[in-house]
Every structure is written in structure tokens, then in C-alpha cells.
Design a binder for this molecule. Structure first.
Ligand code: AMP
Length: 280
């Protein structure tokens, strides 16, 4: 696996990878890789001729006071994992390479970018959209793979791709969970064993809502109340949002139909976790 840290070199390497009509797949990440990330890489490997990944902890998507400084960084181990999946090229720039002094242009996705995590973390999705737009320009993949775990992010990026005419197909991949249901996240590393047990409440609340829907309840006010009952049972779980929304616009809906997004965000101690389900 080739490891590239400079934009110009990455553009050159990716241009060569795409030669002869080869399909280039791309998996952007912030590193601290786990089986969720690897599932994206495997899907890309299965569907594309050549694949690239990136590791970049993007300062632009962290607000002051968030966990940028302590975000887990496991670069050597990440490289080993990506190498084992036959990734062709890894892009791992530093912040100065991605945002040279004087860079001021950002990509802001109005509306959808201000909902769910965009409401709780103002500016977050502008940071995400800006870095993904830049990465798309550097890599020019035909397909890019993102986790359904970050459902709001996927909605924001789909809107950006449409609005800015990026010539890339976004592929959403299923959430990978631990056997007990906890969605894998690099931030799970922050949890003590007690907190990890409490974190399962997010999954339980979603399962409760799923169960209510399967039993015929479609009214979202009732479904949210049912999920909140579960979330309230756990000590030291502070709910940021539990919302039932249109998966594309992220606007609240009154009735949960097939494809509706049920999304939850909560703080377990100081760790903010998210999880979601798509109504079947
Ligand atoms: P991150 O490194 O957190 O920015 O995530 C990089 C990509 O991996 C994003 O597209 C995430 O949605 C995806 N991802 C993270 N956790 C999971 C998971 N548990 N299952 C599937 N995809 C995931």
C-alpha cells in the first residue's frame, strides 16, 4: 500500500490508478479504525478495481472545546489493517497540507446541514462537507463509501454532491455493531466499562421504537415517547436528541414510514455517541 501525504502527489497517484477505465473507490476516515471502517473498505474492494482510503482528523469539523486534541490516533495499526485489505493508496495529509495558511473557502449545506448533529454542533457539517469536497477533488473517485452510522452526514453529503455536481456515486453501508448491539465508533474507546454498559441504552431505545413500529404504532410522538422511556432509565445518559425524520431532508415527520430515519444522540459522561435505524 502506498502512503501519500501531499495533495499534488495524491492527485497524480489517483489519476494513474484511474487509467484504462479502472473504477476507483474511496473510503474517507478519521482513523482509529475498527470493523465498521473495514466493512466500508471491503465493500469498496469488492465493487471497485482500485481503492483508496484517507485518514485525516479534520479540525474544521470539531468545535472549540470538543475532542479534537484527544481524538484517538492509531496510525501504525490503521496502516496495518488497510494493508491487509489490499488498499492501493492511503492519503494521510496533515492539517497544514489540507488547510494551508490563507485558505478561507468552505462548503456549507444550508438546511439539511443545520439539522440533528448540525443543530447540536453548529458548523460541524460545514467542516465535514468542506473536507469531503476537498478529498473528492484530490482523489476523484467514481464511488465513495460512507457508513449509515452517520446518517445525517450521509444526507448532507448527498445534497452536496447533487448541488455541486460531483461526479461520484455515494454508497451508504450498514452499521456494524458489537455482538451486544453497541454501534462501533472510534469514540467507544473513551468509555469506561460502566459507561459502555450505559451506552447500550441508545441501541435499546432504538430497538424499543422498532418493536413499537412492528406492533403497528406509526405516530412519531408516541414512538419518541417510547424511546425516551428507555433512555431515561439509564443513569448519566444525557440525551441530545431522539428524532424521527425524513432521511434525505432530516426534517421531522409525524408518521414513521419505510425509509424514515430514527436517530439518537446522547452523552455518556463526556462522550457523545450517535446511533440510528432506518424504518423497514
Ligand atoms: P469516521 O472515522 O468516524 O469519520 O468514520 C469514517 C467512516 O466510517 C464514515 O463514513 C462512518 O459513517 C463510517 N463508520 C463509522 N462507524 C461505523 C460503523 N459502526 N458501521 C459502519 N460504518 C461506520
Amino acid at each position: 500500500m502506498q502512503i501519500v501525504t501531499k495533495v499534488a502527489e495524491m492527485q497524480d497517484v489517483c489519476r494513474k490508478l484511474r487509467l484504462n477505465g479502472r473504477m476507483l473507490g474511496f473510503v474517507p476516515t478519521m482513523g482509529a479504525l475498527h470493523a465498521g471502517h473495514i466493512s466500508l473498505v471491503r465493500r469498496a474492494r469488492a465493487e471497485c478495481d482500485v481503492i483508496s482510503a484517507s485518514i485525516f482528523v479534520n479540525p474544521l469539523q470539531f468545535a472549540p472545546g470538543e475532542d479534537l486534541a484527544r481524538y484517538p490516533r492509531t496510525f501504525e495499526e490503521d496502516c496495518r489493517l488497510l494493508e491487509a485489505e489490499n488498499v492501493d493508496v492511503l492519503f494521510a495529509p496533515d492539517a497544514a497540507e489540507m488547510y494551508p495558511q490563507g485558505a478561507v473557502t468552505t462548503v456549507s449545506v444550508a438546511g439539511v446541514g443545520d439539522r440533528l448533529d448540525g443543530a447540536s454542533r453548529p458548523g460541524h457539517f460545514t467542516g465535514v462537507a468542506t473536507v469531503v469536497a476537498k478529498l473528492f477533488h484530490v482523489v476523484s473517485p467514481q464511488r465513495a463509501y460512507f457508513g449509515q452510522k452517520d446518517a445525517a452526514q450521509l444526507a448532507v453529503l448527498r445534497q452536496m454532491v447533487r448541488d455541486l455536481n460531483f461526479h461520484v456515486e455515494l454508497v451508504g453501508c450498514a452499521i456494524v455493531r458489537d455482538p451486544d448491539g453497541l454501534a462501533l465508533s472510534s469514540r467507544n474507546k473513551y468509555l469506561s466499562s460502566m459507561e459502555r454498559a450505559r451506552a447500550l441504552t441508545l441501541h435499546r431505545a432504538l430497538r424499543q421504537i422498532e418493536h413499537m413500529i412492528a406492533s403497528g404504532e406509526r405516530r412519531t410522538a408516541q414512538l419518541i415517547a417510547g424511546g425516551m422511556e428507555i433512555l431515561k432509565t439509564a443513569d448519566e445518559v444525557r440525551v441530545d436528541y431522539l428524532s424521527i425524520v425524513n432521511a434525505n431532508t432530516l426534517l421531522p415527520v409525524t408518521s414513521a414510514e419505510a425509509g424514515t430515519l430514527v436517530a439518537v444522540a446522547a452523552y455518556i459522561g463526556t462522550t457523545r455517541l450517535i446511533d440510528n435505524l432506518l424504518v423497514a
